[in-house]
Design a protein around this ligand. Structure first.
Ligand code: ADP
Ligand code: MG
Length: 362
C-alpha cells in the first residue's frame, strides 16, 4: 500500500519507555503538531530531549503511549513502518558493507521493483549530489566514516515517491564545507520535489540554515516552534533564549517594579511588556547582546558597566562586563573604540523580554 499524503499530524502524542513503572518517566510530554506537506522542519534540542523518539513515532518504529499519528487525516498509528511511505536516515549509518556503493543506493528502489533505467537515473543523480559518483563500484566497507554517512543519507533520498524524509543528525561526521553544500542540496531537493524534510540536530546553526520551521525541544517538551527570527527576537522560554544565539541571551534575575518596568541591581529598566498581571514579582529580564548599544549619556535604560573583557571576532566585538554581580554581554561593530573600562550600555525597552517562571510574558 502506498500513501499519497498532504500533511502529518501528531495528535496528543506522548511517550514513555517504562509504562509499567509506578511512576513512568515521559520521554515526550503530551503535544500536538502538524507538519505541512513540502515544508522543511528542523527539530532542535540538546541530547536526550526526545528528538529521536519523535522521529521514530512518525516513522512507526516506536508506537506512542498515547495519541495518534495521522497522514493526510488518515490514522496510521498502527501501520507498520514499511507501509508509511517514509524514508528515514539514522544517526548511525545503516549500510551493507559487502555491497558496492551503487547497490547500497539502489537497494531501497530494488526492494520496490523500480525499473533498471529508473534505478540508474536515481542512483546517478543522488551520487552526484553527495559527491559519491567516483565510488559507485567500490564495496561500501572501503569508504571512510563520513562517506558511509553520505551513503546512508543517499539511501534516504533515492526514492522520489516518499511523502517525507526524516533525518536524524545525518551529518555529524561530515566536514563543515561539505555539510554546508549538502544542506543546500537538501533545500534544492525539497524545492524540486516538494518532499517534506525533517532534520534533527542539536546544532542551532544547522537548524537555522536548513529550515524555515524550527521546533525547539527541551526535556520532552516542545518549547517553541517558529522562524529563526522568532527564536532570536522573542524566545518563549529562558531555555530558548539561552540555547539559541551566540552568545546566549543575557538573563538578569529581577523584580517587577511598576506596570512596565523591572529592577535589577537597583536599576530601573523600562520594558514594553504589561507586567500588571504578574503574581510572582520575581522575574527575569532577557535581552540579546546584539540589541545592547553603547551610550554616551545617562538616560533611561542606560546602565553603567565595568568592562572585564573585549574580544574581537573580526566582524564584531564582544564586550563582557559587570553590573554589580551580574555579567552582561554586548555585541558591537568591530570599529567601535572601547577606550575606558567604564562603559554606559543602553538596553532598548522594546528589546527587553520579561520571563515569569521562565516563560515569556506576552
Ligand atoms: P534525543 O534524540 O533528543 O537525544 P531520545 O529520543 O533518544 O533523545 O531520548 C529521550 C529520552 O528517552 C532519554 O531520556 C532517553 O534516555 C530515553 N530513551 C530513548 N530511547 C529509549 C529506549 N529504547 N528505552 C528506554 N529509554 C529510552
Ligand atoms: Mg537522538
Amino acid at each position: 500500500m502506498e500513501l499519497i499524503m498532504a500533511k502529518i499530524d501528531l495528535s496528543n502524542i506522548s511517550h514513555t519507555y517504562n509504562p509499567k513503572d509506578v511512576k513512568p518517566t515521559y520521554a515526550l510530554n503530551p503535544f500536538s503538531m502538524t507538519w505541512e506537506n513540502g515544508n522543511r522542519y528542523a527539530i532542535l534540542g540538546p541530547s536526550g530531549c526526545g528528538k529521536t523518539t519523535m522521529l521514530n513515532i512518525v516513522s512507526g518504529l516506536v508506537r506512542p503511549s498515547e495519541g495518534k499519528i495521522l497522514f493526510d487525516d488518515k490514522d496510521v498509528t498502527d501501520l507498520k513502518t514499511e507501509n508509511r511511505n517514509i524514508s528515514q536516515v539514522f544517526q548511525f549509518p545503516v549500510i551493507y558493507n559487502t555491497m558496492t556503493v551503487y547497490d547500497n543506493l539502489a537497494f531501497p528502489l530494488k526492494c520496490r521493483n523500480f525499473t533498471k533505467e529508473k534505478i540508474e537515473e536515481r542512483v546517478q543523480s543522488v551520487s552526484q549530489t553527495l559527491n559519491l559518483s567516483s565510488f559507485l563500484n567500490i564495496p561500501a566497507r572501503k569508504l571512510t566514516a563520513d562517506q558511509k554517512q553520505l551513503i546512508s543519507l543517499g539511501r534516504g533520498l533515492v526514492r522520489e515517491d516518499v511523502a517525507a524524509v526524516l533525518m536524524d543528525e545525518p551529518l555529524t561526521v561530515i566536514d563543515p564545507d561539505l555539510k554546508f553544500r549538502l544542506r543546500r542540496s537538501l533545500k534544492e531537493i525539497n524545492e524540486q520535489y516538494k518532499t517534506t524534510l525533517v532534520y534533527v540536530t542539536h546544532d542551532q546553526n544547522e537548524a537555522m540554515t536548513f529550515a524555515d520551521n524550527i521546533i525547539v525541544m527541551d526535556q520532552g517538551e516542545i518549547v517553541q516552534v517558529g522562524l529563526p527570527k522568532d527564536l532570536f527576537e522573542k524566545p518563549k522560554t529562558t531555555f530558548v533564549g539561552y540555547f539559541i544565539g551566540s552568545p546566549a541571551m543575557n538573563l538578569f534575575s529581577s523584580e517587577v517594579f511598576s506596570n512596565n518596568s523591572i529592577k535589577f541591581n537597583n536599576l530601573e529598566i523600562n520594558t514594553r511588556t504589561d507586567l500588571s498581571k504578574i503574581k510572582n514579582k520575581k522575574v527575569k529580564l532577557g535581552i540579546r547582546s546584539e540589541f545592547i548599544k553603547i551610550a554616551n549619556e545617562q538616560k533611561d535604560n542606560v546602565v553603567n558597566v565595568k568592562v572585564s573583557r573585549v574580544e574581537d571576532f573580526g566582524n564584531f566585538k564582544l564586550i563582557t562586563g559587570k553590573i554589580g554581580d551580574f555579567e552582561i554581554k554586548s555585541k558591537v561593530e568591530r570599529e567601535t573604540p572601547i577606550s575606558s573600562e567604564n562603559l554606559k550600555l543602553y538596553l532598548p525597552a522594546d528589546k527587553c523580554c520579561i520571563y515569569s517562571e521562565d516563560k515569556l510574558v506576552q
